[in-house]
Design a protein around this ligand. Structure first.
Ligand code: G1P
Length: 293
């Protein structure tokens, strides 16, 4: 079996739903509570065993390259060696010794086109595709859950999550069969259908394990929804010849490319785990009472 070691992370999007914050700041650097959004994706992937990260970048993303510069992070930031607590925070969030490649997407022609930019670097191996503005909160992480499904089913695996029917127009939606527990067969997909045309209420939630044959299809893919080269259209073609498994994520995904999703993610992460802070909880509860009163 091929171990999955490479991940592609498209970060070339213009972040238009988050304007004006994203006017010239990459949305992937916006903090979710106390860490930039991108760090959650990196942590999730490295916990799943990913060693090679391929970022598809675009306009105004250079600052993200500096952020991901490991040496700069650990040794040179603001002379923090004299301030032990701050150094500890950076070290804790520090990035493992993995390999990073940046590929420039010259024009924003869609997710399918962004992925195609990684063709030569990925080569002939299966790989993960991670959309970092979709933030899945779960334990184990979403990609780790998906790898378990991949090890049993091989082929291609797509992360899925139930959403309210009225939101189907925002996401790729799947048609499934043979559902057993959280795993199912994907029969078809449609990009951003209106609720009346949606085959289910299961969205493609931004995590994929794909076979390299997707690149041959993407090379000939015509523009689809929104006149963009859609990954979903290429995936539909690949379903004709390869197995597609859906894994319903055991957790909750926050759409951080959207102002409401981003706000909720900030609240959830501020209340959880290591960051759990009673002052924040109490302040939020008081705020709720003020709103109700
Ligand atoms: C892309 C995919 C879509 C998926 C979504 C998740 O859309 O095309 O199928 O549901 O990501 O965020 P985009 O957000 O690039 O419009």
């Amino acid at each position: 079996m091929n171990k999955i070691l490479k991940a592609v992370l498209p970060i070339a999007g213009l972040g238009t739903r988050m304007l004006p914050a994203t006017k010239n700041l990459p949305k992937e650097l916006l903090p979710v509570f106390d860490k930039p959004m991108i760090e959650y994706a990196i942590k999730e992937a490295s916990e799943a065993g990913i060693e090679d990260f391929v970022f598809i970048t675009g306009k105004d993303k250079e600052v993200l390259q500096d952020y991901l510069n490991k040496k700069y992070l650990s040794d040179y930031t603001f002379g923090l060696e004299n301030r032990p607590t701050k150094t500890k925070i950076l070290k804790k969030n520090d990035l493992k010794p993995y390999n990073i490649t940046f590929v420039r997407q010259e024009e924003p022609l869609g997710l399918g086109h962004a992925l195609l930019c990684a063709k030569n670097i990925i080569g002939s191996e299966p790989f993960c595709l991670i959309l970092p503005d979709m933030l899945p909160k779960g334990d184990p992480g979403c990609l780790s859950q998906m790898l378990e499904a991949y090890n049993t089913n091989k082929g291609n695996v797509i992360g899925l999550e139930k959403i309210p029917m009225e939101d189907t127009y925002k996401y790729g939606i799947v048609k499934i069969s043979n559902k057993k527990n959280n795993v199912c067969k994907i029969d078809n997909m449609i990009e951003k259908p209106r609720p009346e045309n949606a085959p289910s209420d299961l969205m493609i939630m931004g995590r994929y394990i794909l076979q390299p044959e997707i690149f041959d299809i993407l090379e000939h893919q015509n523009p689809g929804h929104n006149n963009e080269i859609q990954l979903t259209d290429a995936l539909i073609t690949l379903t004709k010849t390869q197995k597609f498994t859906g894994m319903i994520f055991d957790g909750k995904t926050y759409d951080c490319g959207d102002k409401l999703g981003y706000l909720i993610a900030n609240i959830k992460y501020s209340l959880d785990g290591e960051t759990n802070n009673p002052d924040i909880r109490n302040t939020l509860l008081n705020l709720m009472q003020t709103l109700e009163g």
